[in-house]
Design a protein around this ligand. Structure first.
Ligand SMILES: CC(C)(COP(=O)(O)OP(=O)(O)OC[C@H]1O[C@@H](n2cnc3c(N)ncnc32)[C@H](O)[C@@H]1OP(=O)(O)O)[C@@H](O)C(=O)NCCC(=O)NCCS
Length: 243
């Protein structure tokens, strides 16, 4: 663990710590940065003190750079919480292993990385996801893979642009849900496991489980979510409070 912030390589643009979502969550820290894979140098991870997983050593620059940018954001958020500058390693299930006493999540999409981190005694688990706005034609193709019946009914009532926006939000919120719940239920689950309800209040949603995932996460249990438009991206967050 480093006590000071290392110099960032040219592929990572300036770190930001502003809260990008509509509802501030006490004691959650967010870090984000844009990144440019074309500027990645092979020795950037070494200079950062970051070990790439074996499987990524020979990966394309885009994949190495998004991994690096996600870890830089995670380290920056951990540092803001007093955890020092440290990179959560990747587990064999590909989920990040957060330091003992912390929960977190990270995402990267088309040159943008975001991480959220909290103390585990405040927030038991977090899930964050960024998705680029999905085009209407692609949204129509994806709808049946991502949406449950009542969501499809809502999708079909919208004009193509609004339907694509809705699908992108459902997709992102469900990916955030997966990242938040996977560490707690210990298994994979698919998009049919939850239904998204968008609230009248801007940027707020709830997700209702449509399948029992665990005895503590039965069918019918609801989780709060939030989302925001950030340029070409839609960003969502699910935060599960500690008991
Ligand atoms: C794992 C998954 C959620 C990643 O989402 P994505 O949109 O493809 O990619 P993102 O950039 O947003 O997130 C990638 C990061 O998620 C994290 N991640 C991967 N597996 C994870 C898991 N099981 N639990 C929590 N976080 C995980 C990693 O940090 C990864 O980045 P890294 O490989 O650079 O470390 C996605 O690939 C997936 O498997 N989805 C299917 C499951 C699902 O969403 N079901 C819907 C349930 S309603």
């Amino acid at each position: 663990m480093r006590s000071v912030t290392p110099a960032l390589p040219a592929c990572c643009h300036a770190l930001r710590h502003d809260w990008l979502l509509p509802l501030p969550l006490p004691a959650v820290r967010l870090a984000s940065c844009n990144f440019t894979p074309e500027r990645l140098q092979d020795d950037d991870p070494v200079h950062l003190g970051l070990t790439l997983p074996d499987a990524l050593q020979t990966a394309a620059a885009k994949r190495r750079c998004e991994y690096l940018a996600g870890r830089v954001c995670a380290a920056a958020a951990l540092q803001q919480l007093g955890g020092g500058w440290q990179y959560p390693p990747r587990g064999s299930d590909r989920a990040p292993r957060w330091p003992h006493g912390y929960s977190g999540s990270l995402t990267h999409s088309h040159g943008w990385a975001v991480a959220v981190v909290a103390h585990g005694h405040h927030w038991r688990s977090l899930g964050v996801d960024a998705e680029r706005q999905i085009a209407p034609e692609r949204a129509a193709r994806l709808a049946r893979q991502i949406l449950v019946e009542e969501e499809i009914a809502h999708f079909n009532r919208q004009d193509p642009g609004a339907a694509a926006e809705y699908l992108t939000l459902c997709f992102s919120l469900k990916e955030s849900l997966f990242k938040a719940l996977y560490p707690l239920v210990g298994r994979h689950f698919t998009f049919s496991a939850a239904a998204v309800h968008l609230h009248a209040a801007p940027g707020q949603a709830s997700l209702e489980l449509r399948e029992s995932l665990h005895r503590d996460w039965p069918r019918g249990r609801s989780l709060a979510g939030q989302f925001a438009r950030r340029g070409e991206h839609r960003l969502s967050l699910i935060a599960i409070a500690a008991d």
